[in-house]
Unconditional design. Sequence first.
Length: 596
Amino acid sequence: MDVGRIVKVSGPLVVADQMGDARMFDMVRVSDNRLMGEVIELHGDRASIQVYEETGGIGPGEPVYLTGEPLSVELGPGLIEAIFDGVQRPLDSIKEQVGDYITRGVEVNPLNRERKWDFVPKVKEGDQVRAGDIIGTVQETTLVEHRILVPPKYVSGTIKEIKSGQATVTDVVATIETDQGLFEIKMMQRWPIRVGRPYKEKLGPHIPMITGQRIIDTFFPVAKGGTACIPGPFGSGKTVTQHQLAKWADAEIVVYIGCGERGNEMTDVLLEFPELKDPKSGEPLMKRTVLIANTSNMPVAAREASIYTGITIAEYFRDMGYSVALMADSTSRWAEALREMSGRLEEMPGEEGYPAYLGTRLAEFYERSGRTICQSSEEKEREGALTLVGAVSPPGGDLSEPVSQATLRIVKVFWGLDASLAYRRHFPAINWLLSYSLYLENVADYFKDTIGAQWNEMRIEAMRLLQEESELEEIVRLVGVDALSARERLTLETAKSLREDFLHQNAMHEIDTYSSIQKQFSMLEIILMFHHEAGAVIKKAEIDLDLEDMFALSVREKIARVRYLPEEELKEVEEIKREIKEQIASLTGEGGDEDA
């Protein structure tokens, strides 16, 4: 093994000479403690290394061992339900080996080498296969069938031998005969984290990822394979919003990266996720989840690796044909790790000290998303999707800072969290006047086919009412509500109903925490129906109506309570529609007259 020598130590940055055989992004072991590190800069035979562990006590003259391979992750059965640190060391195995605190230099295999899995072949001897083909499956959990793939780097060939039954991840389960010779296939494969996994074709983002969160699905949807960011100040609900997406989004696999956030937040995730039930199956949510924990009190350099570790695992499940949702919390802490390493490398700083390549690194990360046709020789094409949702934590909520701006130039959905909404206990605290989604046109046909043509019209009208409310509030603050016409007061009342009965959603309530698309449609329909019926009466009334009586009708309370109706009781909405017509008509003395 080639050995270099340390000449300088600066926090997580170690400089070593005699490193002529090293290459960029090679993994190395630093000192006799064998700390994990990665080469990030080369000058002749001198290399700068970012170390993913605490470097206290390391000094010049100590050895650096080259491994000759890039930082890679192990991909295979055993990923689901696992909790890894930023460089894919399993935290439960580390605890068994060294206790509650991670010891420096500890080496633990990411995937269990002893556990046996039941391998079921999907091809037979003599079959032609190529990169990306499924040669067999393992039932990893009750919710996830782990599909064993021909690794992307192998060329096509013929199955010479394939086994079935119990095997570990390092056992050979198949042998492929190619023009270059025989290749042994194991259930585990390795892949460098900084290299995106290949696919056959990238598809357009035309299918929405349904999240069950009304403000997202109705007003600012994200497409499967799309990108979204959640910027917001401290306490505005970024983490809770991402937890909700992880719980309820219609993704088959969830990869949650706690990148540089507070340890107690990640502890909540680790304690809460095993208790959560998957809404589709009733099984624990962890049975389709991978967690990566690299909190703010863990080595700063490992934050940078954790993002790539997570997205490589997510791409692996995408290649199996699954829809994957990746939550990164937060990319601001990842960018701070970049800034610290850039400063120690004495690179020319960009805006606010961040490196000049910040935007490029962010783009490289987000561009690994997408809905794709997977590599395969199968007649029926296999589709996979990887949707990225990144939280951004701008200091003081200042969205003009570099990380927020660089992210907004890349992502297509912006869910802007507002501290003033959070202070008013309005959650999710997504500001409907600042946020946007560039996928609205892409997914319009899906909603039209699924719900109906009126979905888009209702969404546009509801957004118009919310915008009009913002303008009318300025007038009310100046001259009072009495200066408004009856129609304008109705607009304010409808917008209030939209805010309080539709946009506000209680994540802690058993029923309100999730709303299906059909329920969202019904809720929006009756709110706008009240607006239309009341508007028609106001328009043709020859006598002065008492608007307070109209706004105090008993049906208003029923409209507000629909959010707490279970899905199977939504038929009650038809009764509410009938009551809206009857009660508003009764205000004019016409009873149930059809013309009322």
